[in-house]
Ligand binder design. Structure first.
Ligand SMILES: *Cc1c(COP(=O)(O)O)cnc(C)c1O
Length: 368
């Protein structure tokens, strides 16, 4: 990224001189990698500021495009189907759309965090415009059955969107093979820079999409504004590395994650895995520790970067909406701690972490 902050400072839309050409070539090379990671084509990628913007563009863009179609607004209210355990970057725009007359159905999940396809099928009707279901859950790691969801959306004449922010780095997502029409993801969840992401819209799906804001017509008119060239270059390289390393990083992290879970479960009574053991993101482990709070554990693990829930909700005192959706009560939801493993995480680190969590949980429980 560094040269694009300094020597190669061209604007990717200034095609009158070599500075612009260099920037444009770098952006198009990154676009190729961002598309390839999720089984899409170069021209499908719309760069955004992250997954939040990409989700908003997908949800609002599809609804606004309906209203803009020849013949004007449809006579019945548009309908969006999503799931209760989605990220706020999907749930909040859905709530705003609902306030503006869009019908929104939020399908529940089973106690293992997975959607019941029969329940989802009943929610999706011929009047449904869009079905939005995340790929891998950011709190409990479960992987939803995307291909089956895309099929049932298409059977009803709806498009399928997925927030793949968590899943893109370590699971093989193939938009073309799975029939996914729109997909959001973000660079910083795959070791890239913060503040850059993409909405990938398969051209073959012929999705009608309206932009969120209006201006210079960048990104085929769908996302006006000068491109963040250094950020996009970093995103492209992160996507390239993820694609290269996914097949080896995934199983390695899954084995370390399983080792951590096995050690906690074998050493401590009253510990609970949140979400299905599989299919699950390789780097996610969410554990409930009976009688304790995740917050107390975080305080006791001072030099370990661990969190009771999502970064996006850590300022709120409310228990996680995802854990409540599994049927847990508030006390159980607050007893959970989420572990995230990294590409750089080693086996000795995991053993040390397990030792420390086991010691801390035993000490805190003995004090009660
Ligand atoms: C992190 C995350 C987001 C938000 O991504 P930003 O780049 O911060 O906009 C959205 N959805 C999921 C599932 C995430 O994990």
């Amino acid at each position: 990224m560094l040269p694009f902050f300094t020597e190669q400072f061209g604007n990717a839309a200034s095609l009158q001189h070599p500075f612009g050409w260099e920037a444009q070539a770098a952006v198009e090379s990154a676009r190729q990698h961002v598309a390839a990671l999720v089984g899409a084509r170069l021209r499908d990628v719309i760069f955004t500021s992250g997954a939040t913007e990409a989700n908003n563009l997908a949800l609002r863009g599809v609804i606004d495009a309906l209203a803009a179609q020849p013949g004007g607004r449809p006579t019945t209210a548009p309908h969006v189907v999503t799931v209760v355990t989605e990220h706020p970057a999907v749930l909040d725009p859905c709530a705003v759309l609902e306030g503006q007359g869009v019908r929104v159905t939020r399908v529940p999940v089973q106690t293992d965090g997975l959607v019941d396809l029969d329940v989802l099928r009943r929610a999706v009707t011929p009047g449904t415009t869009l079905v939005s279901v995340m790929a891998g859950n950011n709190e409990i790691g479960v992987l939803q059955p995307l291909a089956a969801i895309a099929t049932l959306a298409h059977d009803a004449g709806a498009w399928m969107h997925t927030d793949a922010s968590q899943a893109a780095s370590l699971t093989a997502i193939d938009m073309t093979g799975m029939g996914i029409d729109l997909l959001s993801y973000t660079a910083h969840k795959l070791y890239g820079p913060k503040g850059v992401g993409a909405l990938v819209v398969r051209r073959a799906s012929k999705v009608a999409l309206a932009p969120l804001h209006h201006g210079g017509g960048h990104e085929r008119g769908l996302r006006s504004g000068t491109l963040n060239v250094p950020g996009i270059v970093g995103f492209g390289e992160a996507a390239r590395l993820a694609r290269e390393r996914r097949a080896s990083d995934g199983p390695r992290l899954a084995a370390l994650r399983d080792r951590l879970w096995t050690r906690l479960r074998d050493a401590l009574p009253d510990v609970h895995l949140r979400g299905a053991a599989s299919p699950r993101l390789p780097h996610n482990l969410n554990v409930g520790f009976g009688g304790l709070t995740g917050r107390a554990l975080v305080l006791g693990l001072t030099d370990i970067a661990v969190s009771p829930g999502a970064a996006c909700a850590s300022t709120s005192a409310a228990p996680s909406h995802v854990l409540l959706a599994l049927g847990l009560d508030e006390v159980e939801a607050r007893s959970s701690l989420r572990f995230g493993l990294l590409r750089t995480t080693t086996e000795p680190e995991v053993e040390d972490l397990a030792d420390r969590v086991i010691a801390l949980v035993s000490t805190l429980r003995a004090r009660r």
